[in-house]
Design a protein around this ligand. Structure first.
Ligand SMILES: *Cc1c(COP(=O)(O)O)cnc(C)c1O
Length: 423
């Protein structure tokens, strides 16, 4: 006998307090934030500088620049690598929008590469065929906390003389062959926003091992100036700059959370391992994988529904929506992380970045196409997945995995009831 699903009036599996909130706040956070508040240095202050030093050390980079977002750090990476007007920059067809719009920010042209079904990351076998004479760089995204195969990326980049930018916004502590992401390419960007593995509210970090890239990144970061606010400024714009600096309160919070980051990631890995055990035997779920040499941080535990087996190939996105509604009604915080492949987003389809066709119609570039049919794997993924973050995060423990599994067991046991969900 199956139970009535909560969406049809049954009792939800989980109550509203089933999972603990992220991030955990303790006396370390309280003390560091209060000390900053009392310190009367509220703009780019001593906590910002300390966060840079501590993060660079934690991740294994020579240099770090703290920013007000991960997107800012991505834009700085493009500039640091010398990407400019009309240059083509390769990027995965499935990610957060700013993995690709950061390319537009500096008047470069995104060229998309389809994803690999198993890893959900850029298909490294398809990178080479997307290269044009104008290709200058590649943005690789370690999506959901799983590293891209950096041996393959670096080999293609070397052969074609491309710069490599790592979008590590979701991938704090993820490794490839034991080495942390953000240390493979020319530069990398991390995000510290609310839901990321290191949360300081908003914020981010640019990292590099190259002093020249550091100087270029700092220039766009702070009004085109060459000195930081902690140095003897001359208030002169040497180049086009933005205002991407972090502030002291946020950096204080970030430092407190960074002191606990290794423990958080360890906890996420334990929780994810338990979740995989608990979900393994539930029918019609395709669970995320962790290929050899790639150590996941489990930022987002993404499950795909087997629409072939469920008989919903033609209407996969709609049926996935019904499944999610049913899961949410049982109290599970799961949702579609990104429903659109990047090249299908309006900014690319309508080419409405800077207006008047810019930068695509610029005389310094050559045409690119954004045809959905060129990214079939990204499209298939977009229609079938659902993501899970909060139940994996500290301070939740592996017992949270059992709660997630109870919801999936109930919903997947009665697909007939899911069919009847009204959207
Ligand atoms: C969050 C995220 C970003 C942007 O970071 P913000 O701090 O929100 O600007 C970029 N890329 C990926 C893959 C992300 O998940």
């Amino acid at each position: 006998m199956s139970e009535t699903l909560a969406i049809h009036g049954g009792t939800p599996v989980l109550g509203p307090d089933a999972f603990l909130n992220w991030p955990p706040i303790d006396d370390i956070d309280r003390k560091m934030v209060m000390d900053s508040l009392e310190g009367n240095k509220h703009a780019f202050g001593p906590n910002c500088r300390a966060l840079e030093t501590e993060f660079a050390e934690w991740n294994g980079n020579k240099f770090a620049v703290t920013t007000n977002s991960g997107t800012a750090a991505l834009h700085m990476s493009l500039v640091a690598c010398g990407c400019g007007v009309g240059d083509h920059v390769l990027v995965t067809a499935y990610s957060w929008s700013s993995s690709a719009t950061c390319i537009l920010h500096h008047n470069c042209i995104p060229v998309f590469v389809d994803i690999d079904w198993d890893t959900m990351n850029i298909d490294t076998k398809k990178i080479e065929q997307a290269i044009t004479p104008q290709t200058k760089a590649i943005v690789v995204v370690h999506l959901h906390g799983l590293s891209v195969n950096m041996d393959e990326v670096l080999a293609v980049a070397k052969k074609h003389n491309l710069k490599v930018i790592e979008d590590a916004c979701q991938a704090h502590g993820a490794t490839f062959k034991g080495q942390k992401v953000g240390t493979f390419g020319d530069c990398a960007a991390f995000s510290f926003n609310q839901n990321k593995c290191l949360c300081s509210g908003e914020g981010g970090m640019f990292v590099t091992n190259n002093e020249d890239y550091l100087a270029k990144a700092r220039q766009v970061w702070s009004f085109g100036e060459v000195r930081t606010p902690l140095e003897d400024r001359d208030y002169h714009a040497y180049a086009l700059g933005w205002m991407y600096r972090n502030n002291d309160l946020t950096a204080a919070f970030g430092r407190a959370q960074l002191s606990k980051l290794t423990g958080y990631i360890r906890q996420q890995r334990e929780n994810a391992a338990r979740l995989t055990e608990c979900l393994r035997d539930i029918p019609n779920l395709l669970l995320p994988t962790e290929p050899k040499d790639h150590e996941h941080n489990w930022y987002n535990y993404t499950i795909r529904f087997d629409m072939e087996a469920l008989g919903h190939v033609e209407d996969a996105a709609t049926f996935r929506h019904k499944l999610i509604k049913a899961l949410q009604a049982e109290g599970l915080p799961t949702s579609v992380w990104q429903a659109f492949a990047l090249p299908t987003m309006t900014v690319f389809q309508a080419r409405n970045a800077y207006g008047k066709g810019c930068p695509w119609d610029c005389p310094h570039t050559t045409p690119v196409a954004y045809d959905e049919a060129d990214y079939p794997v990204a499209k298939k993924h977009c229609d079938r997945h659902t993501g899970l973050t909060m139940p994996l995060r500290a301070p939740n423990k592996p017992d949270a995995a059992k709660k997630v599994a109870r919801v999936y067991e109930k919903v997947m046991a009665d697909i007939d009831q899911v069919e009847k969900v009204k959207l």
